[in-house]
Ligand binder design. Structure first.
Ligand SMILES: [Ca+2]
Length: 514
Protein backbone atom coordinates (compact mmCIF):
# COMPACT_ATOMS: atom_id res chain seq x y z
CA UNK A 1 0.00 0.00 0.00
CA UNK A 2 1.41 3.33 -1.00
CA UNK A 3 1.41 6.03 1.63
CA UNK A 4 1.94 9.50 0.41
CA UNK A 5 0.61 12.88 1.18
CA UNK A 6 -1.64 14.88 -1.03
CA UNK A 7 -0.15 18.33 -1.35
CA UNK A 8 -2.34 19.83 -4.02
CA UNK A 9 -3.67 23.23 -3.30
CA UNK A 10 -7.21 22.09 -3.92
CA UNK A 11 -8.71 25.38 -2.86
CA UNK A 12 -6.74 27.29 -5.45
CA UNK A 13 -7.40 24.66 -8.06
CA UNK A 14 -11.10 24.81 -7.45
CA UNK A 15 -10.95 28.51 -8.14
CA UNK A 16 -8.45 28.55 -10.96
CA UNK A 17 -8.65 25.16 -12.57
CA UNK A 18 -10.95 23.35 -14.89
CA UNK A 19 -11.86 19.91 -13.63
CA UNK A 20 -12.72 17.25 -16.14
CA UNK A 21 -14.26 14.07 -14.81
CA UNK A 22 -12.17 11.16 -16.08
CA UNK A 23 -13.88 8.30 -14.32
CA UNK A 24 -15.44 8.04 -10.97
CA UNK A 25 -12.70 8.81 -8.56
CA UNK A 26 -10.40 10.50 -10.99
CA UNK A 27 -10.47 14.09 -12.00
CA UNK A 28 -8.07 15.67 -14.41
CA UNK A 29 -7.29 19.18 -13.28
CA UNK A 30 -6.16 21.54 -15.97
CA UNK A 31 -4.39 24.45 -14.40
CA UNK A 32 -4.87 27.89 -15.73
CA UNK A 33 -2.04 30.31 -15.50
CA UNK A 34 -4.24 33.23 -14.64
CA UNK A 35 -6.57 33.57 -11.73
CA UNK A 36 -10.15 33.18 -12.81
CA UNK A 37 -13.17 34.77 -11.22
CA UNK A 38 -14.92 32.66 -8.64
CA UNK A 39 -17.36 30.16 -10.14
CA UNK A 40 -20.70 31.56 -11.22
CA UNK A 41 -22.31 29.70 -8.36
CA UNK A 42 -21.00 32.31 -5.96
CA UNK A 43 -23.07 34.91 -7.71
CA UNK A 44 -25.99 32.52 -7.64
CA UNK A 45 -25.47 31.96 -3.94
CA UNK A 46 -25.54 35.68 -3.39
CA UNK A 47 -28.85 35.80 -5.24
CA UNK A 48 -30.12 33.05 -2.99
CA UNK A 49 -29.11 34.87 0.12
CA UNK A 50 -30.71 38.03 -1.19
CA UNK A 51 -33.85 36.11 -2.02
CA UNK A 52 -33.79 34.63 1.46
CA UNK A 53 -33.50 38.05 3.01
CA UNK A 54 -36.55 39.04 1.02
CA UNK A 55 -38.44 35.98 2.11
CA UNK A 56 -37.96 34.24 -1.21
CA UNK A 57 -36.64 30.92 0.08
CA UNK A 58 -39.55 28.70 0.81
CA UNK A 59 -37.76 25.36 1.03
CA UNK A 60 -36.84 25.40 4.64
CA UNK A 61 -40.40 25.27 5.81
CA UNK A 62 -42.42 23.79 3.02
CA UNK A 63 -39.91 21.62 1.17
CA UNK A 64 -40.85 22.99 -2.23
CA UNK A 65 -38.04 22.98 -4.76
CA UNK A 66 -36.64 26.34 -5.77
CA UNK A 67 -35.16 26.74 -9.22
CA UNK A 68 -33.18 29.86 -9.86
CA UNK A 69 -32.29 30.94 -13.37
CA UNK A 70 -28.65 30.57 -14.30
CA UNK A 71 -27.97 28.71 -11.10
CA UNK A 72 -26.05 25.71 -12.35
CA UNK A 73 -24.29 24.29 -9.31
CA UNK A 74 -20.68 25.00 -10.11
CA UNK A 75 -20.06 24.22 -6.46
CA UNK A 76 -20.12 20.49 -5.78
CA UNK A 77 -22.75 18.82 -3.69
CA UNK A 78 -21.47 17.45 -0.38
CA UNK A 79 -22.55 13.97 0.73
CA UNK A 80 -21.57 12.87 4.24
CA UNK A 81 -22.00 9.14 4.90
CA UNK A 82 -21.56 8.37 8.59
CA UNK A 83 -21.67 4.86 10.04
CA UNK A 84 -22.13 4.03 13.71
CA UNK A 85 -19.45 2.20 15.74
CA UNK A 86 -17.46 1.06 12.70
CA UNK A 87 -13.89 0.08 13.55
CA UNK A 88 -11.02 1.56 11.56
CA UNK A 89 -9.95 -1.88 10.28
CA UNK A 90 -13.21 -2.92 8.61
CA UNK A 91 -12.69 -1.75 5.03
CA UNK A 92 -11.58 -4.37 2.51
CA UNK A 93 -9.67 -1.95 0.30
CA UNK A 94 -7.76 -0.62 3.30
CA UNK A 95 -6.40 -3.95 4.43
CA UNK A 96 -9.09 -6.27 5.82
CA UNK A 97 -9.04 -9.32 3.52
CA UNK A 98 -12.13 -10.95 5.02
CA UNK A 99 -14.72 -8.18 5.03
CA UNK A 100 -16.71 -7.38 1.90
CA UNK A 101 -17.14 -3.64 1.41
CA UNK A 102 -17.18 -3.15 -2.37
CA UNK A 103 -18.85 0.26 -2.22
CA UNK A 104 -16.70 1.77 0.51
CA UNK A 105 -13.84 0.33 -1.55
CA UNK A 106 -15.11 2.38 -4.50
CA UNK A 107 -14.73 5.48 -2.37
CA UNK A 108 -11.26 4.44 -1.17
CA UNK A 109 -10.13 3.98 -4.77
CA UNK A 110 -11.78 7.25 -5.77
CA UNK A 111 -10.42 9.39 -2.97
CA UNK A 112 -8.02 9.92 -0.11
CA UNK A 113 -8.21 7.61 2.91
CA UNK A 114 -6.94 8.66 6.34
CA UNK A 115 -5.76 5.52 8.10
CA UNK A 116 -4.97 7.30 11.38
CA UNK A 117 -8.30 9.12 11.66
CA UNK A 118 -10.06 9.12 15.02
CA UNK A 119 -12.57 10.73 17.28
CA UNK A 120 -11.07 12.32 20.37
CA UNK A 121 -13.13 10.13 22.70
CA UNK A 122 -16.18 10.64 24.85
CA UNK A 123 -17.41 12.97 27.55
CA UNK A 124 -19.87 10.22 28.49
CA UNK A 125 -20.28 6.54 27.67
CA UNK A 126 -22.20 7.51 24.54
CA UNK A 127 -19.20 8.45 22.40
CA UNK A 128 -21.59 9.13 19.51
CA UNK A 129 -22.81 12.31 21.16
CA UNK A 130 -19.35 13.79 21.54
CA UNK A 131 -17.98 12.68 18.19
CA UNK A 132 -21.01 13.85 16.20
CA UNK A 133 -21.04 17.26 17.89
CA UNK A 134 -17.32 17.53 17.08
CA UNK A 135 -17.90 16.53 13.44
CA UNK A 136 -20.71 19.04 13.09
CA UNK A 137 -18.96 21.99 14.77
CA UNK A 138 -15.26 21.41 14.17
CA UNK A 139 -14.70 21.85 17.90
CA UNK A 140 -12.50 19.83 20.21
CA UNK A 141 -13.76 17.51 22.92
CA UNK A 142 -13.75 19.90 25.87
CA UNK A 143 -15.14 22.83 23.90
CA UNK A 144 -18.51 21.27 23.08
CA UNK A 145 -20.47 22.58 26.06
CA UNK A 146 -21.25 19.01 27.08
CA UNK A 147 -22.07 17.98 23.49
CA UNK A 148 -25.69 16.90 24.13
CA UNK A 149 -26.85 20.33 23.01
CA UNK A 150 -25.12 22.02 20.10
CA UNK A 151 -25.28 25.72 20.99
CA UNK A 152 -26.29 28.23 18.35
CA UNK A 153 -22.92 29.98 18.55
CA UNK A 154 -21.11 26.80 17.52
CA UNK A 155 -21.52 27.20 13.77
CA UNK A 156 -22.10 23.81 12.19
CA UNK A 157 -21.09 22.40 8.82
CA UNK A 158 -24.67 22.63 7.46
CA UNK A 159 -24.94 26.25 8.60
CA UNK A 160 -21.61 27.15 7.00
CA UNK A 161 -22.72 25.62 3.71
CA UNK A 162 -26.15 27.19 3.95
CA UNK A 163 -24.49 30.59 4.21
CA UNK A 164 -22.83 29.77 0.88
CA UNK A 165 -26.18 28.92 -0.70
CA UNK A 166 -26.42 25.19 -0.02
CA UNK A 167 -29.64 23.40 0.79
CA UNK A 168 -29.09 21.15 3.82
CA UNK A 169 -30.76 17.74 4.12
CA UNK A 170 -30.41 15.02 6.74
CA UNK A 171 -31.56 11.47 7.27
CA UNK A 172 -30.78 8.91 9.96
CA UNK A 173 -29.44 9.21 13.46
CA UNK A 174 -29.24 12.43 15.41
CA UNK A 175 -27.87 11.91 18.89
CA UNK A 176 -27.70 15.57 19.88
CA UNK A 177 -30.52 17.98 20.72
CA UNK A 178 -33.53 18.22 18.44
CA UNK A 179 -33.43 22.02 18.45
CA UNK A 180 -30.05 22.02 16.71
CA UNK A 181 -31.28 19.51 14.12
CA UNK A 182 -34.18 21.67 13.01
CA UNK A 183 -31.99 24.79 13.21
CA UNK A 184 -29.30 23.53 10.85
CA UNK A 185 -31.14 21.33 8.35
CA UNK A 186 -33.56 22.76 5.80
CA UNK A 187 -35.24 19.42 5.39
CA UNK A 188 -34.91 15.84 6.55
CA UNK A 189 -36.69 12.51 6.49
CA UNK A 190 -36.57 9.18 8.28
CA UNK A 191 -34.97 10.80 11.29
CA UNK A 192 -33.92 8.75 14.31
CA UNK A 193 -33.48 10.76 17.49
CA UNK A 194 -31.50 8.62 19.90
CA UNK A 195 -28.52 6.39 20.36
CA UNK A 196 -29.51 2.95 19.09
CA UNK A 197 -32.41 0.88 17.83
CA UNK A 198 -33.30 -1.12 20.94
CA UNK A 199 -35.00 -4.44 20.11
CA UNK A 200 -38.03 -3.48 22.20
CA UNK A 201 -38.43 -0.34 20.05
CA UNK A 202 -38.42 -2.34 16.82
CA UNK A 203 -34.68 -2.83 16.37
CA UNK A 204 -33.04 -2.19 13.02
CA UNK A 205 -35.89 -4.08 11.34
CA UNK A 206 -38.58 -1.56 12.29
CA UNK A 207 -36.73 1.55 13.46
CA UNK A 208 -38.67 4.21 15.32
CA UNK A 209 -38.48 7.30 13.13
CA UNK A 210 -39.86 10.74 12.43
CA UNK A 211 -40.58 12.60 9.27
CA UNK A 212 -39.29 16.18 9.23
CA UNK A 213 -41.19 18.54 11.52
CA UNK A 214 -40.27 22.10 10.52
CA UNK A 215 -41.63 23.38 13.84
CA UNK A 216 -39.13 21.20 15.69
CA UNK A 217 -41.86 19.95 18.01
CA UNK A 218 -41.68 16.26 17.08
CA UNK A 219 -44.62 15.04 19.17
CA UNK A 220 -44.41 11.40 20.25
CA UNK A 221 -47.55 10.54 18.29
CA UNK A 222 -45.80 11.52 15.06
CA UNK A 223 -43.27 8.71 15.46
CA UNK A 224 -43.63 5.75 13.14
CA UNK A 225 -41.99 2.37 12.69
CA UNK A 226 -40.05 1.98 9.48
CA UNK A 227 -41.10 -0.99 7.36
CA UNK A 228 -37.58 -1.64 6.06
CA UNK A 229 -34.19 -2.25 7.69
CA UNK A 230 -32.73 0.94 9.17
CA UNK A 231 -30.00 1.39 6.53
CA UNK A 232 -32.58 0.95 3.77
CA UNK A 233 -34.86 3.57 5.33
CA UNK A 234 -32.00 6.07 5.47
CA UNK A 235 -30.68 5.28 1.99
CA UNK A 236 -34.20 5.54 0.57
CA UNK A 237 -34.63 9.01 2.08
CA UNK A 238 -31.25 10.10 0.72
CA UNK A 239 -32.02 8.68 -2.73
CA UNK A 240 -35.40 10.36 -2.87
CA UNK A 241 -33.72 13.66 -2.03
CA UNK A 242 -30.88 13.15 -4.52
CA UNK A 243 -33.44 12.60 -7.29
CA UNK A 244 -34.64 16.18 -6.71
CA UNK A 245 -31.20 17.72 -7.08
CA UNK A 246 -31.16 18.21 -10.86
CA UNK A 247 -34.19 20.51 -10.64
CA UNK A 248 -33.16 22.39 -7.52
CA UNK A 249 -30.60 24.59 -9.17
CA UNK A 250 -28.45 24.83 -6.09
CA UNK A 251 -25.93 22.59 -4.37
CA UNK A 252 -26.87 20.52 -1.38
CA UNK A 253 -25.37 19.04 1.73
CA UNK A 254 -26.75 15.53 2.20
CA UNK A 255 -26.04 14.12 5.66
CA UNK A 256 -26.75 10.39 5.93
CA UNK A 257 -26.18 9.04 9.42
CA UNK A 258 -26.64 5.28 9.39
CA UNK A 259 -27.21 3.38 12.63
CA UNK A 260 -25.37 0.28 11.38
CA UNK A 261 -23.21 -1.45 12.42
CA UNK A 262 -24.18 -0.41 15.98
CA UNK A 263 -25.81 -3.25 17.91
CA UNK A 264 -28.22 -4.95 18.00
CA UNK A 265 -26.12 -6.85 15.46
CA UNK A 266 -28.95 -8.29 13.40
CA UNK A 267 -27.95 -8.22 9.73
CA UNK A 268 -30.85 -9.07 7.43
CA UNK A 269 -30.59 -11.75 4.72
CA UNK A 270 -28.38 -12.29 2.81
CA UNK A 271 -25.89 -10.53 5.08
CA UNK A 272 -26.77 -12.70 8.09
CA UNK A 273 -25.00 -15.67 6.53
CA UNK A 274 -22.24 -13.83 4.69
CA UNK A 275 -19.65 -14.56 7.40
CA UNK A 276 -19.22 -17.94 9.06
CA UNK A 277 -18.41 -17.42 12.76
CA UNK A 278 -16.24 -20.52 12.63
CA UNK A 279 -14.11 -18.91 9.93
CA UNK A 280 -14.08 -15.43 11.46
CA UNK A 281 -10.76 -14.75 13.17
CA UNK A 282 -10.51 -13.11 16.56
CA UNK A 283 -8.59 -9.84 16.67
CA UNK A 284 -4.90 -10.39 17.36
CA UNK A 285 -5.30 -8.49 20.61
CA UNK A 286 -8.22 -10.62 21.82
CA UNK A 287 -8.16 -11.37 25.53
CA UNK A 288 -10.74 -13.21 27.64
CA UNK A 289 -10.72 -10.27 30.03
CA UNK A 290 -9.01 -6.94 30.46
CA UNK A 291 -5.75 -7.28 32.40
CA UNK A 292 -6.88 -4.86 35.12
CA UNK A 293 -9.88 -2.82 36.23
CA UNK A 294 -9.94 0.17 33.89
CA UNK A 295 -12.86 1.74 35.77
CA UNK A 296 -15.28 0.90 32.93
CA UNK A 297 -15.52 -2.87 32.85
CA UNK A 298 -19.28 -2.83 33.26
CA UNK A 299 -21.65 -0.77 31.14
CA UNK A 300 -24.29 -1.61 28.55
CA UNK A 301 -21.76 -2.38 25.83
CA UNK A 302 -19.42 -4.42 28.02
CA UNK A 303 -22.26 -6.41 29.55
CA UNK A 304 -23.43 -7.78 26.18
CA UNK A 305 -21.29 -10.88 26.82
CA UNK A 306 -20.15 -12.41 30.12
CA UNK A 307 -16.58 -12.15 31.41
CA UNK A 308 -14.36 -14.00 30.69
CA UNK A 309 -15.20 -13.67 27.01
CA UNK A 310 -15.93 -16.91 25.20
CA UNK A 311 -13.90 -16.88 21.95
CA UNK A 312 -16.73 -18.57 20.04
CA UNK A 313 -19.26 -16.01 21.24
CA UNK A 314 -16.92 -13.20 20.21
CA UNK A 315 -16.44 -14.77 16.77
CA UNK A 316 -20.22 -14.86 16.40
CA UNK A 317 -20.46 -11.17 17.34
CA UNK A 318 -17.74 -10.25 14.84
CA UNK A 319 -19.40 -12.27 12.05
CA UNK A 320 -22.70 -10.47 12.72
CA UNK A 321 -20.88 -7.11 12.94
CA UNK A 322 -19.23 -7.73 9.58
CA UNK A 323 -22.64 -8.64 8.18
CA UNK A 324 -23.97 -5.29 9.42
CA UNK A 325 -21.07 -3.49 7.75
CA UNK A 326 -21.59 -5.30 4.43
CA UNK A 327 -25.29 -4.45 4.66
CA UNK A 328 -24.67 -0.73 5.15
CA UNK A 329 -22.03 -0.88 2.43
CA UNK A 330 -24.71 -2.18 0.09
CA UNK A 331 -26.95 0.80 0.90
CA UNK A 332 -24.03 3.17 0.38
CA UNK A 333 -23.74 1.55 -3.04
CA UNK A 334 -27.36 2.35 -3.84
CA UNK A 335 -26.72 6.00 -2.96
CA UNK A 336 -23.59 6.13 -5.11
CA UNK A 337 -25.46 4.46 -7.98
CA UNK A 338 -28.19 7.09 -7.71
CA UNK A 339 -25.64 9.90 -7.92
CA UNK A 340 -24.22 8.18 -10.99
CA UNK A 341 -27.65 7.79 -12.60
CA UNK A 342 -28.35 11.47 -12.00
CA UNK A 343 -24.95 12.39 -13.49
CA UNK A 344 -23.94 13.94 -10.19
CA UNK A 345 -21.07 11.69 -9.16
CA UNK A 346 -18.45 14.02 -10.61
CA UNK A 347 -20.14 17.00 -8.96
CA UNK A 348 -20.19 15.66 -5.44
CA UNK A 349 -17.65 15.65 -2.63
CA UNK A 350 -18.25 12.46 -0.66
CA UNK A 351 -17.11 11.97 2.93
CA UNK A 352 -17.31 8.50 4.41
CA UNK A 353 -16.58 8.18 8.13
CA UNK A 354 -17.33 6.22 11.26
CA UNK A 355 -18.22 8.07 14.47
CA UNK A 356 -16.10 5.95 16.84
CA UNK A 357 -14.53 2.52 16.98
CA UNK A 358 -15.39 -0.57 19.02
CA UNK A 359 -13.37 -3.12 20.98
CA UNK A 360 -15.44 -6.20 20.06
CA UNK A 361 -13.07 -8.61 21.78
CA UNK A 362 -9.89 -6.55 21.68
CA UNK A 363 -8.23 -6.31 25.11
CA UNK A 364 -11.06 -8.33 26.64
CA UNK A 365 -13.45 -5.43 26.00
CA UNK A 366 -16.56 -5.16 23.83
CA UNK A 367 -17.50 -1.47 23.85
CA UNK A 368 -15.86 1.81 22.92
CA UNK A 369 -15.54 3.24 26.41
CA UNK A 370 -11.72 3.38 26.45
CA UNK A 371 -8.93 5.03 24.47
CA UNK A 372 -7.28 2.02 22.88
CA UNK A 373 -6.81 2.53 19.14
CA UNK A 374 -9.60 0.13 18.21
CA UNK A 375 -12.12 2.26 20.12
CA UNK A 376 -11.07 5.76 19.02
CA UNK A 377 -9.85 5.22 15.46
CA UNK A 378 -12.38 5.35 12.62
CA UNK A 379 -12.45 4.86 8.86
CA UNK A 380 -12.32 8.19 7.01
CA UNK A 381 -12.34 8.71 3.23
CA UNK A 382 -12.85 11.90 1.25
CA UNK A 383 -13.48 11.68 -2.49
CA UNK A 384 -14.64 14.08 -5.14
CA UNK A 385 -13.67 16.87 -7.49
CA UNK A 386 -10.12 18.02 -6.89
CA UNK A 387 -9.30 15.31 -4.34
CA UNK A 388 -6.48 12.90 -5.11
CA UNK A 389 -7.70 9.40 -5.98
CA UNK A 390 -6.41 6.15 -4.54
CA UNK A 391 -4.26 7.89 -1.95
CA UNK A 392 -3.70 6.75 1.60
CA UNK A 393 -2.57 9.23 4.20
CA UNK A 394 -1.27 8.27 7.64
CA UNK A 395 -1.40 11.77 9.05
CA UNK A 396 -3.47 12.21 12.18
CA UNK A 397 -7.00 13.29 11.39
CA UNK A 398 -9.88 13.99 13.73
CA UNK A 399 -13.57 14.03 12.89
CA UNK A 400 -13.55 17.67 13.95
CA UNK A 401 -11.14 18.36 11.06
CA UNK A 402 -13.87 17.64 8.51
CA UNK A 403 -15.55 21.04 8.79
CA UNK A 404 -12.41 23.11 8.06
CA UNK A 405 -11.35 20.58 5.41
CA UNK A 406 -14.64 20.86 3.54
CA UNK A 407 -14.58 24.63 3.97
CA UNK A 408 -11.15 24.75 2.35
CA UNK A 409 -12.23 22.47 -0.50
CA UNK A 410 -15.14 24.80 -1.21
CA UNK A 411 -13.11 27.98 -0.88
CA UNK A 412 -15.00 29.06 2.23
CA UNK A 413 -13.56 30.54 5.39
CA UNK A 414 -14.17 28.19 8.33
CA UNK A 415 -16.36 29.68 11.05
CA UNK A 416 -14.56 31.40 13.91
CA UNK A 417 -15.98 28.80 16.30
CA UNK A 418 -14.30 25.83 14.57
CA UNK A 419 -10.89 24.61 15.74
CA UNK A 420 -9.97 21.74 13.45
CA UNK A 421 -7.17 21.50 10.89
CA UNK A 422 -7.39 21.29 7.14
CA UNK A 423 -6.60 17.74 6.03
CA UNK A 424 -6.24 18.42 2.31
CA UNK A 425 -4.58 21.13 0.31
CA UNK A 426 -1.58 23.38 0.81
CA UNK A 427 -2.52 24.39 4.33
CA UNK A 428 -2.48 20.75 5.43
CA UNK A 429 1.30 20.48 5.20
CA UNK A 430 1.86 20.80 8.95
CA UNK A 431 0.91 17.50 10.50
CA UNK A 432 -0.08 17.31 14.13
CA UNK A 433 2.71 15.37 15.86
CA UNK A 434 0.42 14.05 18.56
CA UNK A 435 -3.15 12.78 18.73
CA UNK A 436 -4.99 13.23 22.02
CA UNK A 437 -7.82 11.12 23.42
CA UNK A 438 -9.87 11.17 26.58
CA UNK A 439 -12.73 9.15 28.02
CA UNK A 440 -14.84 10.67 30.80
CA UNK A 441 -12.72 11.42 33.88
CA UNK A 442 -11.11 7.96 33.65
CA UNK A 443 -8.74 7.64 30.69
CA UNK A 444 -6.31 9.94 28.91
CA UNK A 445 -4.10 8.95 25.99
CA UNK A 446 -1.79 10.19 23.27
CA UNK A 447 -0.47 8.68 20.07
CA UNK A 448 2.62 10.21 18.51
CA UNK A 449 3.62 10.44 14.86
CA UNK A 450 6.66 8.27 15.65
CA UNK A 451 4.29 5.56 16.86
CA UNK A 452 4.36 5.62 20.62
CA UNK A 453 1.28 5.55 22.79
CA UNK A 454 0.67 6.40 26.42
CA UNK A 455 -2.55 5.80 28.33
CA UNK A 456 -3.16 7.11 31.82
CA UNK A 457 -5.90 5.63 34.02
CA UNK A 458 -7.45 7.60 36.85
CA UNK A 459 -9.10 4.97 38.99
CA UNK A 460 -8.55 5.83 42.63
CA UNK A 461 -6.35 8.85 42.12
CA UNK A 462 -7.70 12.31 42.81
CA UNK A 463 -7.28 15.51 40.84
CA UNK A 464 -5.47 15.21 37.54
CA UNK A 465 -3.18 12.36 38.59
CA UNK A 466 -3.07 8.83 37.20
CA UNK A 467 -2.61 5.68 39.20
CA UNK A 468 -1.96 3.37 36.26
CA UNK A 469 -0.07 3.89 33.01
CA UNK A 470 0.39 1.90 29.81
CA UNK A 471 3.20 2.61 27.33
CA UNK A 472 3.14 0.95 23.93
CA UNK A 473 5.71 0.94 21.12
CA UNK A 474 3.27 0.91 18.20
CA UNK A 475 6.05 0.18 15.72
CA UNK A 476 6.70 -3.20 17.30
CA UNK A 477 3.31 -3.62 18.94
CA UNK A 478 0.56 -1.95 16.90
CA UNK A 479 -2.13 -3.89 18.75
CA UNK A 480 -1.21 -2.37 22.14
CA UNK A 481 -0.54 -5.65 23.93
CA UNK A 482 2.92 -5.21 25.48
CA UNK A 483 2.87 -2.55 28.20
CA UNK A 484 6.37 -1.14 28.63
CA UNK A 485 5.56 1.35 31.37
CA UNK A 486 7.21 -0.69 34.11
CA UNK A 487 10.22 -1.82 32.08
CA UNK A 488 13.40 -0.16 33.34
CA UNK A 489 14.88 0.54 29.91
CA UNK A 490 11.77 2.52 28.87
CA UNK A 491 11.60 4.92 31.80
CA UNK A 492 13.15 7.80 29.85
CA UNK A 493 10.62 7.31 27.05
CA UNK A 494 7.87 7.02 29.65
CA UNK A 495 8.88 10.36 31.18
CA UNK A 496 8.98 12.01 27.75
CA UNK A 497 5.52 10.67 26.90
CA UNK A 498 4.11 11.80 30.25
CA UNK A 499 5.34 15.31 29.50
CA UNK A 500 3.76 15.21 26.08
CA UNK A 501 0.48 13.94 27.49
CA UNK A 502 0.50 16.72 30.06
CA UNK A 503 1.02 19.21 27.25
CA UNK A 504 -1.86 17.84 25.21
CA UNK A 505 -4.17 17.79 28.23
CA UNK A 506 -3.43 21.46 28.78
CA UNK A 507 -3.79 22.23 25.09
CA UNK A 508 -7.24 20.66 24.94
CA UNK A 509 -8.43 22.08 28.27
CA UNK A 510 -8.76 18.79 30.11
CA UNK A 511 -11.32 19.62 32.83
CA UNK A 512 -9.35 17.47 35.29
CA UNK A 513 -6.64 20.13 35.26
CA UNK A 514 -9.01 22.76 36.62
CA1 LIG B 1 -21.28 5.39 17.69
Amino acid sequence: MITREHQLDVKVRLVTGVMIPRWFGGWVVLDRSVRMPRPPFIASAALFLLAGACGGIGERRDGAAVVLPDAAPAFPHVLVLLTDDQRHDTVHALGNPLIKTPNIDRLAHAGTSFTQAACQGGISGALCITSRAALMTGRTINHLDGADTIPADHTTLPELLRQAGYFTFATGKWHNDRASHVRIFDSADNIFFGGMHFPEDGGHEHPLLYHFDPTGTYPAEAQFHGDRFSSVMYADAAIEFIRTLPTRGRPALIYVAFTAPHDPRTPPPPFDTLYDPGQTPLPDNFLPEHPFDNGELHNRDEDLLPIPRDPNQVRKEIAAYYGMISEVDSEIGRILDTLEQEHLLDQTIIVFAGDNGLALGSHGLLGKQNVYDDSVRVPLIIAGPGIAANVVSDRFAYLHDLLPTLAALLGLDPPASSEGSTLLGANSAVHTPTAYHQYRDLHRGIRTADHWKLIGYRLTATGSQFDRLQLFDLNADPSEMNDLSTVDSYQVKLGEMQSRLAGERARYDDPLLK
